[in-house]
Design a protein around this ligand. Structure first.
Ligand SMILES: C[S@@+](CC[C@H](N)C(=O)[O-])C[C@H]1O[C@@H](n2cnc3c(N)ncnc32)[C@H](O)[C@@H]1O
Length: 272
């Protein structure tokens, strides 16, 4: 029998897949980010981060900066900070105003204690050696500095996992199909404090619970389809499962008026 979690772990952290497919542009990331516009309450994540950095002066680095959501906000709100974005995917960096550079979280091109803050937002679960990346964040941040990390809970968007398994089951002609890949499972909100506690004496977790309500299947379907870089990991035809999920959602919304998804994301603020 295949060890699914080991295969999923390898696929979630595979650098070729991340840089060459999942994040070769911001199309799929943007689809995932945009689902939150239907969440209540809405959280201004970049604004929360900017608030946490209010006492920070000097330099900040955004590791795994993706399409620059946090960099852009900080550049607007905090023009006094010297900001650098780093990511392993050159394609996603192409649209982000500089300075940005291609770099790996496990080998940051920065001197010891050379930045006053580091961000690692929704990215540590993609790093093969998470402990090593956390020690790199700790190495480059000055003693007085802080590290801000984000991820999702193991309970996040369980309704989408359920929808996927139902749709996959229908495609395969079984009661329930195989589960879909989870990106954040390796470094979930529940697991993160232990990783971060190895380097930081104080780790404050800010939970951000919410409920997404849609009356049109499309935003949910776009979110599900954004996992296409891992289509081969699902043991079920990916596109057929997405199409079946669309029909299930249409029926659900016609019957109940809306489809709801419970979210649990979080931010961890780390100090020595
Ligand atoms: C889910 S996206 C998050 C982007 C952004 N931080 C945000 O929260 O909107 C994950 C990003 O981490 C990058 N990434 C994955 N593994 C990395 C690594 N080992 N070093 C640096 N960046 C990495 C990916 O290329 C991608 O842009």
């Amino acid at each position: 029998m295949t060890d699914l979690s080991a295969a999923h772990d390898a696929a979630v952290t595979d650098r070729g897949r991340l840089a060459g497919s999942a994040y070769n542009s911001d199309r799929d990331l943007a689809a995932r980010q945009s689902l939150y516009q239907w969440q209540t309450p809405r959280y201004d994540l970049p604004g929360i981060v900017a608030g946490k950095l209010s006492d920070v002066r000097g330099r900040a680095v955004d590791v795994g900066c993706g399409n620059g959501k946090f960099l852009q906000r900080l550049r607007a709100d905090r023009p006094d900070l010297v900001l650098l974005g780093l990511d392993i995917a050159p394609g996603i960096l192409a649209g982000v105003p500089g300075p940005v550079a291609v770099a790996d979280a496990t080998g940051l091109p920065l001197a010891d204690g050379s930045v006053d803050a580091a961000l690692a937002m929704h990215m540590l679960y993609h790093v093969p050696d998470i402990a090593h990346a956390v020690s790199e964040l700790s190495r480059v941040v000055a003693r007085h500095g802080l590290v801000i990390v984000s991820t999702n809970s193991d309970r996040d968007k369980a309704e989408l996992d359920e929808l996927w398994q139902r749709a996959a089951g229908d495609v395969l002609g079984t009661e329930r199909g195989p589960g879909r890949i989870s990106l954040s499972a390796r470094f979930s909100l529940e697991k993160a404090p232990a990783f971060l506690g190895a380097e930081f004496g104080r780790v404050e977790t800010i939970e951000l619970p919410g409920t997404i309500t849609v009356r049109d299947p499309e935003p949910v379907i776009a979110h599900m389809a954004s996992y296409r870089a891992w289509a081969d990991q699902h043991d079920v035809p990916f596109d057929a499962t997405i199409e079946r999920a669309r029909t299930i959602l249409e029926d659900h919304i016609a019957r109940d008026g809306a489809f709801q998804v419970n979210c649990m994301g979080g931010i961890l603020v780390c100090r020595r």
